[in-house]
Design a protein around this ligand. Structure first.
Ligand code: NAD
Length: 359
């Protein structure tokens, strides 16, 4: 029987294709804007310069200081530039870090945003911004931070390094996976999540074999678009909360943290979400989602432990304390003992216990 369910779609224009970057100027005008500040990260300076050139007289310049986890000190610098240039909109090009800075600026100014994602993180689809100050990451939901327009250009992802493609795609799979066991899950989101995981999982080995394969890249980016939709339309659980705490506390790389944690979070939730696990297994083409995901990750050379990513050996208690202090909506209530074991195992890269954590 279908329902009951709640579904809230978000108002956003999405353009998907190859070579779509050529439509930027027209899309900025469509927003009624004529003075765009281009926002990017330092590694993607060349992309920022290209976007600046494509916008021509519609650009008032580039701010390329975006950093992972959106530190508020960087936002303050960008705000000063925004004010000096008199921008009337934001054009962010890059991964979730560039988009995060754009959202932080939109939250403070109300300016409309056009975003061009170049990873599979999914932030472009959501009305949520996470910001970090003094080692603590805070998330806010606000209509003002939802990008008005998203331009997906497959060409921009052709040279996303294979390692980052893999971890970023697992970051996307995590959005779809957690959407499958949220309590008010709608049948529409279930369909989107299954299609998302299937596209992402099947494209990754093809990307590893031929990184610039346009078909595989289109599948992965489409899967990421769908995953971002799940993130926007469903409540996330233990996995996202744990990654968020880890990222804020130790400044860990976002996508790789998701990739390490996801098999553990799924193993923890499995006893309480059998239907979601069956769907996930089907979409991954595996008998069991945890072992299927671990095998896919091993094949792709994804990092195996949080220690490799920079989590300190004595960091477990801090993470467990922060996690347990907040109410987290999750199919299985958070139990301190198993959660402590989970974080310790992920730190050391031991894998979830073969028999899981008994509920
Ligand atoms: P990122 O944006 O930090 O990018 C990682 C690195 O890859 C950067 O150096 C970037 O310049 C480079 N890069 C990006 N695209 C590239 C490409 N196509 N080719 C070559 N290099 C490329 O990483 P991310 O995982 O995309 O984003 C992480 C951030 O996004 C975190 O701060 C996270 O909290 C945030 N995020 C927010 C939401 C949300 O809904 N609020 C969702 C997902 C992620």
């Amino acid at each position: 029987m279908i329902g009951p369910f709640v579904f809230t779609g978000l108002p956003q224009r999405v353009i998907f294709g190859s070579g779509t970057l050529g439509r930027l100027a027209e899309e900025v005008r469509r927003l009624g804007c004529e003075r765009a500040l281009v926002v990017a990260g330092p590694v993607q300076q060349a992309l920022a310069t290209r976007v600046d050139g494509l916008l021509g007289e519609l650009s008032v310049g580039v701010f390329s200081g975006a950093r992972v986890h959106t530190p508020v000190v960087v936002t303050a610098e960008a705000l000063a530039v925004l004010g000096q240039r008199g921008a009337d909109c934001l054009v962010a090009a890059g991964g979730g870090s560039a988009i995060g800075l754009s959202k932080a600026l939109a939250r403070r100014t109300g300016l409309p945003q056009l975003v061009v994602p170049t990873t599979y993180a999914g932030s472009e689809r959501t009305a949520v911004v996470g910001e970090t100050e003094d080692g603590h990451k805070t998330t806010r939901r606000a209509d003002a931070v939802l990008a008005r327009t998203v331009v997906y250009d497959v060409e921009l992802t052709l040279h996303l390094p294979v390692g980052l493609s893999a971890t970023s795609a697992v970051n996307a799979i995590a959005h779809a996976a957690e959407a499958l066991y949220t309590h008010e899950v709608s049948p529409l989101v279930v369909s989107i999540a299954e299609e998302s995981v299937a596209r992402l999982a099947s494209s990754l080995p093809r990307i590893a074999a031929m990184p610039a394969d346009p078909d595989a890249r289109a599948d992965a980016l489409y899967g990421a678009f769908l995953a971002g939709t799940c993130l926007a339309c469903a409540t996330m659980g233990l996995h996202h909360k744990l990654c968020h705490v880890l990222g804020g506390a130790f400044d860990l790389p976002h996508a790789a943290t998701h990739a390490v944690v996801l098999p553990y979070a799924l193993a923890y939730n499995a006893p309480s979400a059998p239907a979601a696990m069956a769907r996930l297994a089907g979409a991954l083409g595996a008998e069991d989602p945890v072992s299927g995901l671990l095998q896919l990750e091993e094949r792709l050379g994804v990092p195996g432990s949080l220690a490799e990513l920079g989590m300190p050996a004595d960091g477990v208690e801090r993470v467990v304390g922060t996690l347990m202090a907040d109410a987290v909506e999750n199919p299985r209530p958070l139990e301190a003992g198993p959660i402590r074991d989970l974080v310790g195992r992920a730190l050391r890269g031991e894998g979830p216990p073969a028999e899981g954590w008994a509920a």
